[in-house]
Design a protein. Structure first.
Length: 259
């Protein structure tokens, strides 16, 4: 599958067959993870965790045997870098038939951080189970997907704009459809893009409110995922330079990708 097909077909998997990963897939996944880079040039470390050995679980997951945790240095733009790199792993796993789901809250964070040997100068922001999807999702899985409307996305006219935030952008379905289907915390879809020439300015709309931001901002991770989707399909180069476009107080400039 090409990158757009992988992006559009990938879904969060919370119910697994309990068999773990085949050795050939393990080898491919670990080799790929070792080569992952992001345009922020901030290293993201992947740690593979045996669920039974460490006593790891989540109330929304069933049948998992393995988790992957990601760690990133506590530096500026670490959230975006983390989201970009972790999503690369998620998409590659899906190309192998391996399911995953982003978990940032429904877990014993202290236990996972200890298992991942997280240092004081690091954040362990997100973990994901890894495995082959079960034939049928568990009841809790179905209820959660329905609650967050996991199969729905906002219309492109609400997300993408031409030169300013008053004019919806049209005519670039492939590039922007990849962004529209990016996963996000509680499916709140915070990414907004304003195009000006060959520059695509990425913004975060704070759809979870200020109370959702602690030591790090989960919705900046979401923007990193969106940038990963965009650059996976369109390529381009990332820069950070506020373009001076008027916007509401609940909208924050993040980065620009020029293609």
């Amino acid at each position: 599958m090409n990158p757009l097909d992988i992006i559009k077909t990938r879904k969060s998997v919370r119910t697994f067959d309990g068999q773990g990963l085949r050795e050939e897939d393990w080898e491919k996944l670990r080799a790929f993870a070792g080569g992952i880079r992001n345009p922020y040039h901030i290293p993201v470390t992947f740690v593979w965790l045996d669920a039974a050995a460490h006593g790891l679980s989540s109330p929304v997951i069933a049948g998992e045997a393995i988790y992957v945790a990601g760690k990133v240095p506590k530096v500026e733009h670490c959230e975006e870098a983390f989201g970009y790199s972790f999503e690369q792993l998620v998409l590659f796993a899906w190309s192998l038939g391996i399911g995953s789901t982003w978990i940032g809250g429904t877990m014993d964070r202290e236990l996972f951080e200890k298992a991942a040997n997280t240092g004081k100068d690091e954040y362990m922001m997100i973990v994901s189970p890894l495995g082959y999807p079960a034939l049928e999702p568990a009841e809790a899985d179905r209820k959660l997907r329905k609650a967050v409307r996991g199969d729905e996305r906002l219309a492109a006219s609400e997300l993408f704009f031409d030169k300013d935030f008053s004019t919806p952008l049209t005519g670039e379905a492939e590039w922007l459809e990849a962004v529209r289907w990016a996963p996000s915390a509680a499916n709140r879809q915070p990414c907004r893009i304003v195009k000006d020439g060959n520059a695509y300015h990425f913004y975060e709309k704070h759809t979870l409110g200020n109370g959702a931001r602690g030591a790090w901002d989960v919705q900046k991770i979401d923007i990193g995922i969106a940038i990963c989707h965009f650059m996976s399909v369109a390529g381009g180069a990332l820069t950070i330079a506020e373009p001076g476009i008027d916007h509401r107080e609940d909208i924050e400039y993040i980065a620009t990708v020029s293609v």
